[in-house]
Design a protein around this ligand. Sequence first.
Ligand SMILES: [Zn+2]
Length: 251
Amino acid sequence: MLMLALIACLLPGTAAAGPEKTAVIVIDDFGNNGRGTQEIIELPFKVTVAVMPFLKYTKRDAERAHAAGHEVIVHMPMEALAGKKTWLGPGAITVDLSEDEIRKRVHAAIDDVPHAVGMNNHMGSKVTVEPRVMRVILEVCKERGIYFLDSHTNFRSVVAKVAEEVNIPSMENHIFLDDIHKPSAIRKQFMKMKEHLNDHNICVAIGHVGSAGHITAAIVKKQMLQMSQEQIAFKKVSEVLPPPIPVIPHS
Ligand SMILES: [Zn+2]
């Protein structure tokens, strides 16, 4: 037995390889037929596409992204600390809603986006710090068997803590790629992704389709091609989610 183990250790290619570096690219604001939509769908690597519910192109964008092999999630509009409620889009979650109404809206949003296996927040800097509201949202996600990705629009977010209590798979975004719609600024954010990957095995980054989506899409494509040459793997959110804690049934 010991001999076999020794031989196995000496065989070439059996040495433990270093941990794989994985980048997860999420593209928000689908459902609007925004600029960059087609280019993102045609990317040579798989991404996770966040589709806003109840819009004219919600179903079409979700169907097309899914058909191209990308992962589809619900991009749930949630109230922000700044800005008007009308900017949020239809069916948004605001902190003044009753628990029943939140539950109803989250179910309706999931029903509206075909092929959704997860959810992330559109805006939401006000909602993601409210444990009462987040608990209801995450409980519905759990009921529907979908994960939650915290876009992390507020560093005080309670999503990770509440997700652990509810026991639902969740992760958080590390880097926004295109807060500034300039190619040089987006390239800089990709540099930050690589720096993050020096110290971590996974980096999640969010970009957007929309008014400047064609700029984001072009840089994302170039950078993905380059990073894949540097032994960085691209995965969908569901492929890197930490497994849920197994629930041991009471006998
Ligand atoms: Zn958004």
